[in-house]
Write a protein that binds this ligand. Sequence first.
Ligand code: URP
Ligand code: ZN
Ligand code: ZN
Length: 496
Amino acid sequence: MNETFDLVIRRADIATAVDRFHADIGIIGGRIAALGVKLAAGLQEIDANGRLVTPGGVDGHCHLDQPTGDDSVMADDFTSGTVSAACGGTTTVIPFACQQKGQSLRAAIDDYHRRAEGRAVIDYAFHLIVTDPTPHVIHEELPQLIEEGYTSFKIYMTYDALKLDDRQMIEVLATARKHGAMTMIHAENADCIAWLTEALLEQGITAPIGHALSRPMLVEREATHRAISLAELVDTPILIVHVSGAEAIDQIRWAQGRGLSVFAETCPHYLLLTDDMLDDGARGYQCICSPPPRDEANRQAVWDGLNNGTFQLVSSDHAPFTYAGPGGKLTAGDNPSFDRVPNGMPGIETRMPLLMSDGVLSGRIDIHAFVALTATNAAKLYGLYPAKGSIAIGSDADLVIWDTEHEFVLSNDHLHHNVDYTPYEGWRMRAWPACTLSRGEVVWDGTRPTGAYGRGLFLKALRPQLARPRHPLEPRIGPHKVLSGFAMPAAYRFQP
Ligand code: URP
Ligand code: ZN
Ligand code: ZN
């Protein structure tokens, strides 16, 4: 190694999804150039002092500056959202370019690039949200956009403005199969929710707890099972997002046990919060999200799902609506009925520290599971690996140096998002990043964010290997004349 390192991080206790070792990390041009003991001097040096160092987080599910189509407004744009992410150890975000019905996907992407450009302090890729799968979208736009690096999309089974019917889902899934993209699915049964909501409102139940009553576990379980069945019919992998409890987990395990590529994501709020928070005054409004937090038994089932491998991802589902500010939770009035409150809560900054504190340091998961769940698997599932999600020679120097002895009580004042609350107010934290580096640059120094606005790069995602169908060379369903169009992308042809 003749070239001088730009930066050497000394005495790191490095943990990846599979390995743990002590080494110095040599960085050149924003990438990891060497891992070894007693590396040559760098132009700059950081002494990790034996602290734990993990890959920077990849938050595969967060909403930033996403147009909502109604009076609500997301409080975080690409600046505040990515600053907040970096301060909590995340170095890559994948928010959503959401197609409004009637809009082309290209227009949604262009608009979203305009929102991101010059603002992000860490790197970002885009998922698409497909709400209007016209023949043009299915046959022209999606294939072209996948080719250009937008290789994952989310589809919804609920919300009137977003939801697809089963036939539309099949069309999108078949396109994902044909062109090698990953489909994320929001699984809740829209008609069940509408019927229950109407009944609750007729009975005068308008308080936030009505939100949980209108979306019981059954509603999620049914949609999860249906999504799995449609994906099996088409023979394409899917990723069920924000899974909240046991009955949905049972469906996913059943599918995984049958050999289907069904991946699953959960979020800190399903690991740490329960539905009694919806009965807790202002906190009730703040904690309205979909699916809702469940009861204690479901919360435990989600931890079990992390440990038994059902889940591959813990994402934030950061959906930043203020409580009292414009476009926030109270947009429809001071005591709005539960069905008029924007869904979602903030969590982009707290995701990794909470999982470190309540997962690793509390003995619920090991450090390798932590890395896999917060970084490596998202990079793999969304086509960003191995540039992102690992500590390896050639990977981007996206790193977190952890202070795992930092006990404190969390308050919203600690956080850098633009939201006026955190659902974790008063939470006993046991860890926080002492330093976050993005491509070898310090973007959080343990006391303040230090990344320049606009330094974050847009990442073109590859076709994820994990999006490969189960039978790539043998489409086994439907009439032959339909299947003749199912030539596999070259990427699949010679894979083992
Ligand atoms: O309530 C939630 N999760 N809001 C964010 C949008 C979504 O469905 O992920
Ligand atoms: Zn969703
Ligand atoms: Zn979401």
